[in-house]
Design a protein around this ligand. Structure first.
Ligand code: SAM
Length: 217
């Protein structure tokens, strides 16, 4: 059922060239994009969309993020092989698999039950072992904190305080923050226990982060 052919690998190399041209420089991230078979997340009828640099519907009104966006966020996160990473918004599981290519220690939380179950089944079929959770990721995952890195893959109205408190000192949070149509990519670094630096990057358009510190839709 899941076949990864030379044709698919060739298409992935094309995608890697494209996101490199768009500015992605982290070789670990580029290597991960070259290795993860994004077409496994697509129904047969939509296969030709898998290696276009575009978001695509995955059901439940949600999307698998654009490869450039996934690479952009992962690069900003500066993921290292020893990092303990929390991803908020499992969605299809694509971003999670990219993270797993860099570190084995990935926690991922999804709010939507249908997508959560689908992702869990997918990870099992692929022999991938992220720690998966169903719940409101806008509150982080306090029982498993602290994390070296936290990545939010949905657009938030504000930076949830709970996420900042779940970062290790030296840890990094990457989160798109803004309104429903436009968010700025923000990187927060916890430089000391009570000191955070904030950097702003490009604008993106994500589906909304729901939950207590997200949008009440
Ligand atoms: N990372 C995903 C991927 O690689 O396919 C893309 C995620 S999609 C753009 C955003 C996801 O965030 C959706 O699956 C949505 O259900 C989820 N989400 C929204 N609010 C959430 C919350 N409070 N906690 C956890 N997940 C949430």
């Amino acid at each position: 059922m899941f076949t990864d052919s030379y044709k698919h690998k060739g298409m992935r190399n094309g995608l890697v060239r494209l996101i490199r041209e768009k500015g992605i420089r982290d070789e670990r991230v580029l290597q991960a994009v070259a290795e993860v078979p994004r077409h496994f997340f697509f129904e047969k009828a939509f296969l030709e969309h898998a290696y276009q640099d575009k978001a695509f519907p995955i059901g439940e009104g949600q999307t698998i993020s654009q490869p450039y966006t996934v690479a952009y966020q992962t690069e900003l996160l500066e993921v290292k092989p020893t990092d303990k990473v929390l991803e908020i918004g499992t969605g299809s599981g694509y971003q999670c698999w990219i993270l797993l290519k860099i570190t084995p220690n990935v926690y991922t939380i999804e709010y939507n039950k249908v997508l959560y179950q689908k992702a869990v089944n997918f990870f099992k079929a692929m022999n991938l072992v992220p720690k998966t959770f169903l719940g409101d990721g806008s509150q982080g995952l306090p029982a498993y904190a602290p994390f070296d890195k936290i990545l939010v893959t949905a657009g938030a109205p504000v930076i949830p305080k709970n996420l900042l408190s779940q970062l290790k000192v030296g840890g990094i949070l990457v989160i798109p923050v803004g309104d429903a149509t436009n968010q700025k990519m923000i990187r927060v670094t916890r430089v000391e226990a009570d000191e955070f630096t904030r950097e702003e990057f490009d604008n993106f358009k994500f589906v909304p982060l729901l939950g207590k510190s997200g949008w009440n839709l």
